[in-house]
Design a protein around this ligand. Sequence first.
Ligand code: IVH
Length: 661
Amino acid sequence: MDVKKRIEALKEEIEKHNYRYHVLDQPEISDIEYDQLLQTLIELESSYPEYKTSDSPSQRIGGEVLDSFDKVEHSLPMLSLSNAFNADDLRSFDQRIKKLASNITYVVEEKIDGLAASLRYEGGILVQAATRGNGTTGEDITHNVKTIKKVPLKLAKPLDIEVRGEIFMPKASFLSLNEKKEKNGEAPFKNPRNAAAGSIRQLDSKVAATRDLDMFIYSKVETDSEAQTTHMETLDKLKSLGFHINAYTEHKDDIDNVIKAVETIEASRHERRYDIDGVVLKVNERHLYEQIGYTAKSPKWAIAYKFKAEEVMSQIQDIFFQVGRTGQITPVAQLEPVEVQGSTVSRATLHNEDYVKNKDIRIKDYVSIKKAGDIIPEVVHVIKEKRQGDEISFEMVTACPKCETPLKRAEGEADTYCPNDACPAKSMERLIHFASREAMNIEGLGGKIVEHFYNEGYLKDIPDIYRLKEHREALMMRAGFGQKSIDKLLKHIEESKKRSLEKLIFGLGIRFVGQKVSKVSAMHFHQLFDIVKANEADLMAIDEIGEKIAQSVVAYFKEDKNLKKIEALKALDINMEYTGKSLNKGQLYGKKIVLTGTLPTLSRKEAQTMIEENGGQVTTSVSSNTDMVCAGENAGSKLQKAQELGVEVIDEDQLKALLKR
Ligand code: IVH
């Protein structure tokens, strides 16, 4: 046999044993025999480097060292999941879905506590692995992922596919890694998730190769209209290609059985060989995904049930009051610092006056703390048996802790507000929100700096951010601000001027206007000034916008001071147009198009995206303002109305032709 053939045969044999050992858990040969095969391959490859390929099992021992991580743009965003915390949340999820689709069943999966990654195969060969990053852009971690034995380097078929899943470190491996670290005098990892993330973030793949990482694949990347199978079938198909699929995946026909399965998993959560932090529930019927839809951050056809949070005890040292962006006053407990789920907690929210009074929470009380939704620490209850008699009863403040304006609390509402619009605390929170990642994303302009600049008088309102450059010299005189850091900040501020409209809308902090509403209104109107002019009906023409949001937007733009703010931003050269995906005044710029009936090849969502990416707006009802109706099979009253009004009617081919012009 020639050498090339011998190498190929060895590679195949080793991968077969790899798969049998790691995925099927049915080894045929001993570890020693396996190591011998691998050693033979490594030797052959080093003598004949021309036959060494990127899918060779010898890659698993690592060796590639990077200078830095490359960025990877995800083909489809890596979304996250919304959360459920109890059976009632799961039942309301089920109710919501049933309003959107019928004949659904569910798949129950463990929620693995690791880190998400996306793997791309070309012709069946692993070519790229990336972290989730911010969901749109991640980091290239191919060199490290290749060392994970449960990740196939070559699939059973030469397919071009992308799959996603969770990289994790089994608990036993984590414990022995920490033992080793401690022996070497190194700081141990806090938990298996940090250990997995730390290993994946190594530039030298030799390190990751020693770190016994594992990966479960839980999805195949494809647009909803490409998906032909159920989720269960997809998993089976992925398994037959050689992927490691979690065996604890169950198909359930209704929510009662889902809840039973969730309870069983929660009761045995600590018995797994890896950490799980919840259960993921997904609709099985993939052809319904598009119909059920998505929010800005997550699919509506899946939810993560989070296990009950760990509770720990601490003592309240004091209670102080925080003023939020909208003036909301939140009582906060200052605590004796305690460890909760891997981090030190010294403050916990007490939500509002009623929460504290109903639970009779007092200063000096011992209380139990948990992380609500695993993130925000909150006081769950008072341990009354530990009271000494010297506890101090809670008094709600009556004046704003920052500006001393008397506070207001509307009848029937739980929240107390500072009504003073010029309240410094509110102004600062508004500035912090504007600069935050989800809004204008001005790196370096966080809470501390905003407070600093605010107190120094450089920042009062949003437009002042863009005037900071006028104070460059003065800012440089200040302690702690070198020329480099000021210039870097000013550069980030300048860069933020170009952000697409939805970031600006969200940044303005209009009541009830979240990221999703900001996005859809930016896509719909394109120009901020068209939103400023819009009335409630114009706004409510957008599916996601109801009366409450529409009223709030109109009220915001009625206020003189808000209009002045926008004029000022315009004068400072802030972009006020939607510049999202390739919109740039496309072929359908400003055209209002209604979709009706079933199009021959495009799904509703795909057609809408195509139109929006080319500058058009998709509206739901036909009127004399409608420019075109794109009609498919079984088009009903909308088509009729278009004909009555003399609105141009086109079919899918004509729509596609318009985009090609
Ligand atoms: S599905 C569209 N399934 O949980 C969302 N996620 O916020 C696709 N995770 O970032 C995620 N186990 O890292 C899914 N069986 C599972 C999972 C799982 C863990 C993680 C994943 C994701 C986060 C959800």
